[in-house]
Design a protein around this ligand. Structure first.
Ligand code: BES
Ligand code: ZN
Ligand code: ZN
Length: 489
């Protein structure tokens, strides 16, 4: 999709459809388009066909160089914000795409800061029109897509608006990178594929990359990743990406990269098991974050770690009852081989200490219990640091990646006591998301650590939200980038 900024007059604009946003309590602002539509808007308003309710759309066919006008409801003026701007732009873009309109323009929304409005609109268009067709071979010419998007605004604050478009493109393209990785099936998106994609991203963006292969993991004693990998024919890896944009503090992101989670010997039920190709969404998010950080030239030192393997029940698979040793020397009794994410994260979390990070944030599709607790509307955050935790929640407010903090009372640790080893890999069935976080906590010494359980938010199956087409959502990328852009040491 070609994206551009147009600041000349309305008369000079050529487009398949121009989107005009309007508040329900300021419908008179549409007056300036009455002539263009030969009075149609007036009739639509008088007949109550268009009320300006949030996300309402009303398409009007025109005669001139602007083929159509799309009235877009922005809701109540005093309730409007960047989240609504992003969502309604997405709604408009999908509506026009579905109507097979290939070239669209959106007039900069009123009221918001021009940077924020331009940023939200561009994100809305990009995120909502994302398509994944890599494995479609039939009727590709029938796939509807938007070929060009023009942001239409006056010249005031041209530089800010231009910068907003560029920033939003970088960030949404990094979200789409994470989505692409997520949507690839498990037979294609293997640990090796994540390694190769990471190398490509690193090369294109001047990131340092280093990959620990199976022999390295053996040498280093990464017993978590190796145990989970035993049932699989594909080798595991620990991908290490580094970006140095200056700054004193080192921030380390870790992402769970299970490219398929069958549950292993503690096999999952077959219903919806295909969705477990998404068990690498945390890892995909970290790759997206690293790309965006470099392209935006963020002023932070950032490390990205992605432990990756499949979890399969092969003849050599790890078993319930096995005792393994994590990188930091702690032993773990395996009670359930389906609680594998925390084992590979345990290696990565303890390995992260090598970088002496000031902050560690991990993203993981870690527990079904998190989905039971919070559903698909928000991710859970667990943290040992209130300030970091609030930073993450605040960033989520801004990007509309909702987050809810969960407790980590010491008492929960009781659940993980083992008769034979230092810890068990899971507790009884209660408070599963919390005990998983308590387990992770045993493997980091970082005083400012946060764990995000994205099990409910990493992918969608219904596509009801215009900004989240069916498949991987890329959750975490915009959130982390927002946090980094506001980082104060
Ligand atoms: N990848 C799953 C968690 C998951 C389940 C994410 C459903 C998204 C949707 C994870 O590895 C897992 O299987 N966790 C177990 C832990 C249990 C055995 C303690 C779970 O949540 O059931
Ligand atoms: Zn599992
Ligand atoms: Zn898993």
């Amino acid at each position: 999709m070609k994206v551009s900024l147009f600041t000349k007059s309305l008369e000079e604009l050529n487009t398949g459809a121009l989107v005009i946003g309007c508040f329900e309590d300021s419908l008179d602002e549409l007056k300036e388009y009455h002539n263009l539509t030969e009075g149609v808007i007036k009739h639509l308003i008088e007949g109550k066909d268009f009320s300006g309710k949030l996300n309402q759309t009303c398409l009007i066919r025109l005669k001139g160089n602007i083929n159509r006008l799309l009235l877009l409801g922005l809701g109540k003026r005093n309730e409007f914000n960047i989240n609504k701007a992003r969502e309604s732009s997405g709604k408009a873009a999908v509506f026009l795409k579905d109507n097979n309109i290939k070239n669209i323009a959106i007039k900069l929304f009123p009221d918001l800061e021009p940077y924020d409005a331009a940023f939200a609109i561009t994100e809305g268009v990009k995120l909502s029109t994302y398509l994944f067709t890599d494995f479609k071979t039939q009727n590709l010419d029938e796939v509807k897509r938007i070929e060009s998007f023009t942001l239409f605004s006056d010249k005031i604050k041209f530089n800010e608006i231009d910068r907003a478009i560029k920033d939003a493109l970088i960030i949404s393209e990094s979200v789409c990178l994470a989505r692409d990785l997520a949507n690839n099936p498990g037979n294609i998106a293997t640990p090796m594929m994540l390694v190769n994609k990471s190398k490509e991203v690193a090369r294109r963006n001047k990131l340092k990359i280093n990959v620990l292969e199976k022999k390295d993991l053996l040498r280093l004693g990464m017993g978590g990743i190796l145990a989970v990998n035993r049932g699989s024919a594909n080798p595991p890896a620990l991908i290490k990406l580094e970006y140095d944009g200056g700054g004193k503090e080192t921030i380390c992101f870790i992402g769970k990269g299970i490219t398929f989670d069958s549950g292993g010997i503690s096999l999952k039920p077959s219903n919806k098991m295909e969705e477990m190709k998404f068990d690498m969404c945390g890892g995909a998010a970290v790759i997206g974050i690293m790309q965006a950080a470099s392209k935006l030239k963020l002023k932070n030192k950032i490390i990205g770690l992605i432990p990756t393997t499949e979890n399969l029940p092969g003849g050599n698979a790890y078993k319930p009852g096995d005792i393994i040793k994590i990188y930091n020397g702690k032993t773990v009794e395996i009670v359930n081989t389906d609680a594998e994410g925390r084992l590979i994260l345990a290696d990565a979390l303890s390995y992260a200490e090598k970088y002496n990070p000031d902050v560690v944030v991990d993203f993981a599709t870690l527990t079904g219990a998190c989905v039971v607790a919070l559903g698909g509307e928000c991710s859970a955050v667990f943290s040992n640091d209130d300030i970091l935790c609030n930073k993450i929640i605040k960033a989520g407010d801004k990007t509309d990646e909702k987050i809810w903090r969960m407790p980590m009372f010491d008492e929960y640790k009781e659940e993980l006591k083992s008769s034979y080893a230092d810890l068990k890999n899971c507790g009884s069935s209660n408070a599963g998301a919390i005990t998983a976080a308590m387990f992770l906590k045993e493997f980091t010494k970082c005083k400012r650590w946060a764990h995000l359980d994205i099990a409910g938010t990493a992918w969608v199956t219904n596509g009801k939200n215009p900004l989240k087409p069916v498949g991987g959502t890329g959750v975490g990328v915009r959130l982390a980038v927002e946090m980094l852009r506001n980082w104060k040491e």
